[in-house]
Design a protein around this ligand. Structure first.
Ligand code: P61
Length: 459
């Protein structure tokens, strides 16, 4: 018999979590303005709001915490991280930041000006937010298959090279500060970008003389998919694949809260010393001195270690297979989820789940609230609320996909937890006809409204 895979770790420390009653949850979510971000963590049994900063560090990472050097300038932990960035990504220059959006803020402060266009593959909301905040426009060039949950394409994060070429051809070079490719593409469902596609994007970037930047939050999961799905890549190591992926880029931003397997942190990597010098100015203003950028020395040390652990095949295999296990359970229950299963999360198609709720009443949010009430499981809406209003017309934007994301924290939950989540969702699925009302907005912020939005039941 072929031996099944199992986690390449055992558990040394546990954190208790508590089940609650449906009545408690009904009251709590009402008090929270039906916004899952407003719940207290104790009110949640299984927390799938995000895989960002919620992972479990290893004993080796914790030992790095003890070894952290807290010198303001030139900390040994900074040099540890600098050498990991060079070894794994190949960038000579790097700046630590407090998290991914800090990296975006610093880099975009140098590169993005009003009227600019930034093409990419379904920019993440903070990335888009930082582009739009500078009166520039994010242009989505993702392949069309990404917007059909049932299409079984192995690399639904891919950039449509024709769409990209068209943008680069018809606009003056001065208006396009860079192309940004998100690895894996979170907004299209944790879907990977192939090596071949990265090569193609890079060729276009060079042809038009435009820098190529990677948003690298889940770069290691992307590399795992390249190894397991792309022709000719099976025999390469994850690190070899990562090295090739990044050889095509001029720079990177990263939220290290994902594939860095740490609770906070981010970074910018780049080849150009001029860019490094310009970005350093903003780093010092917004983040901290160039050798810590908003991180404690111990955070940088644990991150260096996390980058090596996240690029080990056995870890990635158990990670991605746990996510796929949940996806398969939901599929078996007849629930439509984004196919193929993503690297860090399962994305449920709320348009298919609750087609009778008007889209103006926020289908995905309605489903996320019902799942919380059913089992105390907290997912997140990736739909019209998160899509914000159009910055010019101020009309609601209704994205092609209305999704509920169940993001799985790294090395945190067991397969029993996956069974519980799937059963909770199956229960909601069985009573979906009885869910007849969505939500209306009571309060919203002008940008990134989903964090603080307050909702009421639709009339
Ligand atoms: C997430 F509801 N992601 O997926 P920061 N790029 C990419 C990300 O996925 C990302 C960032 C940049 C989060 C956290 C999150 O509205 C939300 O370290 C591909 O969070 O600043 C973050 O990195 C930004 C959840 C962020 C949200 C914003 O759950």
């Amino acid at each position: 018999m072929e031996l099944p895979f199992a986690e390449p770790y055992k558990i040394k420390m546990v954190e208790p979590i508590r089940r609650t009653t449906r009545e408690e949850r009904q009251q709590w979510i009402k008090d929270a303005g039906f916004n899952l971000f407003n719940l207290r963590s104790e009110q949640v049994y299984i927390d799938l709001l995000t895989d960002s900063g919620t992972g479990a560090m290893s004993d080796r990472q914790w030992s790095e915490i003890m070894l952290g050097d807290e010198s303001y300038a030139g900390s040994a932990s900074y040099y540890k991280l600098k050498s990991a960035v060079k070894e794994i990504f190949g960038f000579d220059h790097f700046l630590p930041t407090h998290q991914g959006r800090g990296a975006e803020n610093v880099l975009f402060s140098v590169l993005v000006k009003p009227g600019d266009l930034v093409p990419g593959n379904s920019h993440f909301d903070t990335t888009k937010g930082h582009i739009e905040f500078r009166q520039a426009t994010a242009i989505d060039c993702t392949i069309d298959e990404a917007f059909d949950c049932t299409a079984n394409h192995p690399f639904k994060g891919n950039v449509d090279l024709e769409k990209l070429d068209k943008i680069l051809k018809i606009n003056p070079k001065e208006r396009i500060p860079f192309i940004i490719v998100t690895l894996t593409c979170n907004s299209s469902g944790g879907q990977p970008v192939s090596l071949e596609n990265l090569k193609g994007v890079s060729a276009l970037a060079r042809k038009y003389g435009i820098p190529l930047i990677y948003d690298s939050a889940r770069f290691a999961e992307n590399a795992y998919f390249i190894k397991s799905r792309e022709k000719g890549q099976a025999n390469k190591t994850i690190r070899e694949i990562v090295a090739e992926m990044f050889s095509y880029a001029d720079g990177m931003t990263m939220s290290s809260k994902k594939d860095g397997i740490v609770n906070i942190g981010g970074l910018i990597g780049m080849r150009s010393v001029e860019l490094y010098q310009q970005a350093s100015v903003y780093n010092i203003m917004f983040e901290g001195f160039v050798t810590y950028g908003g991180q404690a020395g111990r955070d940088m040390a644990a991150l260096a270690r996390g980058l090596y652990e996240a690029t080990e095949f056995d870890y990635l295999e158990s990670r991605v297979k746990q996510v796929a296990y949940l996806g398969q359970k939901l599929t078996d229950y007849g629930i439509q989820v984004q196919q193929p299963y993503g690297g860090h999360a399962i994305f449920i198609d709320a348009n298919k789940f609750l087609p009778h709720i008007p889209k103006e009443e926020f289908r995905a949010q309605t489903l996320a609230v019902e799942l919380y009430i059913e089992g105390g499981v907290r997912g997140v809406e990736i739909g019209a609320i998160m899509a914000d209003r159009d910055p010019v017309t101020r009309e609601n934007r209704f994205p092609a996909l209305e999704l509920v994301r169940l993001a799985i924290p790294r090395r945190v939950y067991t397969f029993n937890h996956m069974d519980y989540i799937a059963a909770s969702l199956a229960n909601v699925f069985h009573r979906r006809e009885e869910i007849i009302k969505g939500f209306a907005i009571e309060y919203e912020a002008p940008i990134l409204r989903h964090f603080t939005v307050k909702l009421k039941r639709a009339e």
